[in-house]
Design a protein around this ligand. Structure first.
Ligand code: ZN
Ligand code: ZN
Ligand code: FE
Length: 748
């Protein structure tokens, strides 16, 4: 029988795996690479062949992603033994590159073994672990096309590389103390030093409260002692980052459990080879300094994923902050030559090495929701795996340019959709460069030449302007919230139609206004807007996004006019309150929006949780954490008939104010507000089900990163008999937009 396997099956130890498997099952034949993956010819008993096909998927090596196994019957040839065939010459354009992977257990054992020739070598790796995507410069995936090209293998490494029985067979980044990259410590301003003993000095400096820039897989981190309040505060001040939480890295799972509540799904996620930052509830009385995640009940934690991390964490013996090496909103620094300029004012020393990073890739960020993973940022460890989508062929080559904030792009062809790593907020030149260079890199890696280009309808997005400037392509404008719902459909491998609830901060509507509290009926090709939050003015436009108290003023004015109750939020902002209120009334510099994000902002300010924000989504995040999860009370919001239906956010604000004035604790009010939003979502969907006959609801948009809201909304919908789709592998925030755009463009 002839077998063809497609997916991430080259450079991941697949041929040796097939070889071992065939020997075990006493099959004869051979295995080899070909242009689209791996092929094998096997001969043996029917049971053995059947077991072979099953094991190809079930026992595949850790970095392999088996997308398809196709078989053809062949007449027996009476072959003897089983061999690994030589690779054919020529381009291998359709093979896939694996994501970067955390150091495997076998390598960790060698790292800790004084008798091993790679004892304490910070760059140990093998076929099952190590850098991949971040070092690949081009295809085929072969050492000369990686940033390891400059390191000639020593005889020992070359022998391992060439031996099919060795676990480093065809491991492109294979290296050792004798032939591989070296650590380097730069004390900015003086000459760099090289060698393994530098680790001890880096550890000493971290323990003394210094800030180190440390080169990781996808860029430089800034590290400091997470238990030292002065160190954490100094890092915050130098990085110009006021409140946005820092992630921490700890040595192992036991150390995580000392800091945070760890559920089953969390433990699996933390220790997975992808090693994202996992957001976990902080335990009371942890030794983590307050300045690490101020005002936050959660902590972003990750485990070591490079040999260097393992060595450092074991020696430092306490949690360290490990945050992106950048200044405020710039992208992460990834080239040694940029470190002095851009991190010189922040870091006291730089722990780096001479293996270049080809493409910057941030840490991924995830949480678990009822035991399943929800990616908030899909990047290192996940990219460039194709986002396994619907079993449909997108046909023509497609590029989707994504949104403005949390930008990603997506390139698609055939059955594969390559969702890019997290690019960032397209608000500065450096990030825009990351975006355009990223697109070029993916085009080359996956041999995609876009004929169709999808873009967001917002005319001011830099991603939109980039798309509109491309020559000789078919342009498809995709509405933002339709893209959100489509991304949720792809994530769930559903074609629709669904009732789509898209709640987020900002998205350009087909009528030219800002949407963000939307009820759609949608599939992968089209949508209709069947309902939305009642639009309200945003006094000051963009200023209302960074100053939630302005949204409180706007909502209170709608609810109470000239006779509002006396509220603290008005007193706190008395200086500008009247001016902002008249801006809202006149509509001058006050565009209207149906945004759910702005409603959450208004309530956060109203409850005294937050008047102004220092990072996107801060007010809503703090409102979620402020709410008492045990509270079952529900505020009611009216639904105005019509096409589209309109939901009164004003009713929810009025209910909050009534309770506040009656002396109800703000934690209870916050919970009743969340419950009220969920309840009205379920009631609107029930009405729309009557109208459309659709009984499936997809929840998408950045507002659903709020897991309290997500939980009560899923419950409210299920109680009404709906089947509910939520995000998992694709971010619910704007990081998923490009995938939605790609699939919609392919279907239009
Ligand atoms: Zn390994
Ligand atoms: Zn070597
Ligand atoms: Fe959005």
């Amino acid at each position: 029988m002839s077998v063809r396997v497609e997916g991430v099956v080259q450079g991941v130890g697949f041929r040796p795996f097939v070889h071992r498997l065939a020997k075990r099952l006493m099959l004869c034949g051979h295995v080899g690479n070909h242009a689209d993956g791996v092929f094998a010819e096997v001969e043996g008993t029917r049971d053995a062949v059947r077991a072979f096909l099953r094991a190809l998927r079930e026992e595949a090596p850790p970095l392999a992603v088996v997308e398809s196994v196709r078989t053809t019957e062949l007449p027996p040839t009476g072959a003897n033994g089983f061999t690994i065939a030589a690779s054919p010459q020529g381009a291998e354009a359709n093979t896939l590159i694996s994501a970067d992977s955390a150091t495997c257990d076998a390598c960790l054992r060698e790292l800790a073994d004084p008798a091993d020739r790679r004892y304490r070598y910070p760059f140990i790796n093998c076929t099952h672990c190590g850098p991949r995507f971040t070092i690949v410069r081009g295809v085929p995936y072969d050492r000369p096309f990686t940033t390891m090209a400059g390191f000639a293998m020593c005889a020992d490494c070359a022998a391992e590389y060439a031996d099919p029985a060795d676990r480093r067979f065809h491991a492109q980044p294979v290296c050792c103390t004798a032939c591989g990259p070296r650590l380097r410590l730069d004390l900015l301003g003086s000459d760099p030093r090289f060698g393994q003993d530098l680790l001890a000095e880096a550890v000493r400096r971290l323990r003394a409260g210094q800030i180190l820039a440390i080169k990781g897989l996808g860029g430089f981190h800034l590290a400091t002692d997470a238990t030292d309040p002065t160190a954490a505060a100094t890092l915050r001040a130098r990085k110009h980052r006021e409140d946005k939480p820092f992630a921490v890295m700890v040595a192992d799972l036991a150390a995580v459990r000392e800091l945070c509540e760890v559920g089953d799904g969390d433990a699996e996620l933390l220790t997975s080879r992808r090693r994202p930052i996992v957001l976990l509830p902080k335990r009371p009385g942890t030794p983590i300094a307050d300045a690490v995640a101020p005002g936050n009940r959660r902590l972003g934690v990750m485990l070591p994923y490079t040999p260097l991390h393992h060595l450092l964490l074991a020696d430092v013996g306490r949690p360290i902050v490990l945050t992106s090496g950048n200044v405020s909103d710039e992208p992460i620094v990834y080239r040694d030559e940029d470190v002095a300029d851009r991190l010189g004012g922040i870091a006291d020393a730089v722990l780096t090495h001479d293996r270049p990073i080809h493409i910057r890739t941030d840490d991924s960020v995830a949480r678990t929701f009822r035991g399943t993973v929800q990616l908030q940022r899909r990047s290192r460890g996940y990219v460039p795996e194709a986002a396994a989508g619907l079993d449909v062929d997108v046909g023509r080559h497609v590029l989707a340019c994504g949104a403005e904030l949390k930008n990603t792009f997506c390139l698609a062809k055939g059955r594969r959709m390559f969702l890019s790593h997290h690019i960032g907020d397209l608000e500065n030149v450096e990030t825009l460069r990351s975006f355009t260079e990223g697109i070029e890199h993916f085009r080359a890696l996956f041999d995609i030449d876009p004929e169709v280009v999808a873009y967001d309808l917002h005319p001011e997005y830099l991603s939109t302007k980039y798309a509109l400037d491309l020559p000789d392509v078919v342009l498809v404008g995709v509405q933002h919230h339709h893209a959100h719902i489509a991304s949720c459909l792809v994530d769930n491998r559903e074609p629709g139609p669904v009732l789509g609830v898209a709640f987020d901060g900002t998205g350009y509507g087909t009528d030219g206004t800002i949407w963000g509290g939307e009820f759609l009926v949608a599939d992968l090709a089209t949508f209709q807007r069947l309902g939305h939050l009642e639009p309200v003015p945003m006094p000051g436009g963009a200023a209302a996004i960074t100053q939630p108290w302005r949204m409180a003023a706007a909502y209170l004015d709608l609810a109470y006019g000239d006779d509002p109750p006396e509220l603290d939020v008005a007193r706190r902002n008395a200086g500008r309150w009247r001016a902002v209120r008249s801006m809202a009334r006149s509509g001058v510099n006050a565009p209207t929006t149906s945004s759910a994000g702005r409603l959450f902002d208004a309530v956060a300010a109203l409850l005294g949780v937050r008047d102004t924000i220092n990072y996107e989504g801060q007010a809503a995040i703090e409102l979620e954490q402020h709410a008492d999860p045990a509270e079952r009370g529900v505020y009611a919001a009216a639904i105005a008939d019509g096409d589209p239906l309109r939901v009164s956010g004003e009713d929810l604000v009025r209910a909050c104010v009534d309770d506040l004035c009656a002396g109800v604790p703000s934690t209870v009010v916050a919970a009743r507000f969340h419950n009220g939003v969920s309840d009205v979502i379920a009631r609107v969907c029930a009405r729309l089900r009557q109208r459309t006959g659709v009984n499936v609801v997809a929840l998408s948009g950045g507002v659903f990163q709020n897991l309290l809201l997500l939980g009560v909304t899923v419950d409210a919908l299920q109680q009404r008999g709906f089947r509910v789709l939520v995000h998992s592998r694709v971010p619910t925030n704007d990081g998923g937009i490009s995938l939605g755009q790609a699939v919609i463009a392919a279907h239009s």
